[in-house]
Design a protein around this ligand. Sequence first.
Ligand code: AMP
Ligand code: MG
Length: 492
Amino acid sequence: MMTALPFDNSYTRLPERFYARRPPTPVAAPRLVRLNRALAEELGLDPDWLAGPDGVAALAGNAVPEGADPIAAAYAGHQFGQFVPQLGDGRAVLLGEVVDRDGHRRDIQLKGAGPTPFSRRGDGRAALGPVLREYLVSEAMAALGIPTTRALAAVTTGEPVVRETLLPGAVLTRVAASHIRVGTFQFFAARGDVEGLRALADHVVARHYPEAATAASPYWALLEGVVVAQADLVARWLHVGFVHGVMNTDNMSVAGETIDYGPCAFLDAYDPRTVYSSIDRNGRYAYGQQARIALWNLTRLAETLLPLLADDETASVAEAEAALALYAPRFEAAYHGGLARKLGLAETREGDPALAGDLLKRMAENQADFTLTFRNLCAAAERPEADAVVRDLFVDPTAYDAWAVEWRGRLAQEARDPAETADAMRRTNPAFIPRNHRVEAMIEAAVERADFAPFETLLAVLSRPYADQPDHAAFAAAPEGGGVGYRTFCGT
Ligand code: AMP
Ligand code: MG
């Protein structure tokens, strides 16, 4: 007989000190808000079962499906630079793992599933607003082609959660390559638990970096794999104006997926100093700091691996430094390669990073909308008359004109014809991103009026970010006033 959720759990075969076994806590009145049917099918799950009473009970944590082995994972982490030796899943329960249609192992986790031994003073619950934000933004990132955890379902609980006010409670079903974080490694390192560390590293190699298993130095190859994945990931964030908002080491996945959507937001006007999170007072996680912070976090990961890298400390440090030294060139290549493609250049030549940098500088000085500028450049690459739309995005339009002369000179050296160039640009410069003002309006409708229509509409528009959708042109527009002063609050 096929069970509805064909679990195949591997994390629970690791030693008991890696987690706390803990079922989700039932809720009063679960109601399905949304099921991601396409993702369910990708995972080999039956969407009709998931949408039915037994499925919704499982998605709310009211019933533990057969084969699940629910746990809260232990981890540590640096939060805004301060080390906290014990964090862990305080409001998330990992139901188990499934192997998807492509043979990839995926975690199925309930976020907001009730208290765990790691809850500290928290209630273990999630409010509807942050659940819808994570659902929408993670699915938008997936549609943009950026590695990310996914959203399988959102249910409301029928119970209020106490925040600054009473808010409707909800549970998000999150799917991830794994939920193993830099902070998971730090948990064992902080305890001097080298055997735990080795078991974790072996698990991560087998699961995420199988080619490292046969490398001359598997743990070095593991570190290299994470360094490369994170360098590429952060470059992708920058290309779409994404600000994660809380890049603590416990919010960085060793699988290289974007994880833990809390106070995240997208740039409207381009300014690398942009900070949205109300708790990020010093701008540690500003848009333009993210590449540097990723390396800082990777350095913390490298430190945990020192006991595994070589027999003596001097040699280990040298190994770690060699792996970390791969970060800067990898990031630069990914970042500048992507920027060149955004400008319609098939390959990066000398001078291209300066050309892109000059545009970004002019955009910052002129409060030009990040997404609209690049999207409108697509038409301008084909028809210089379309410059009119781009230049109007600049406070001083002549700042664009001077740059456009240089850009056209460079485009003239491309082998592709202008129509091909414009097409390629439309596949890398999205028209639609989760605009902050739209996300807020969507949350307000759901929370204040139980109106989920804006959520559905926005989700549908964002599932095709690179398509022109004339019927939905308003969703591409920047907010009145450029979104200055927008603030996000922690996802709890
Ligand atoms: P975050 O900032 O969401 O990444 O969470 C940081 C830590 O706080 C993690 O260990 C979470 O599990 C925990 N946490 C966040 N919100 C809650 C909550 N409502 N109840 C219990 N633990 C929480
Ligand atoms: Mg977190």
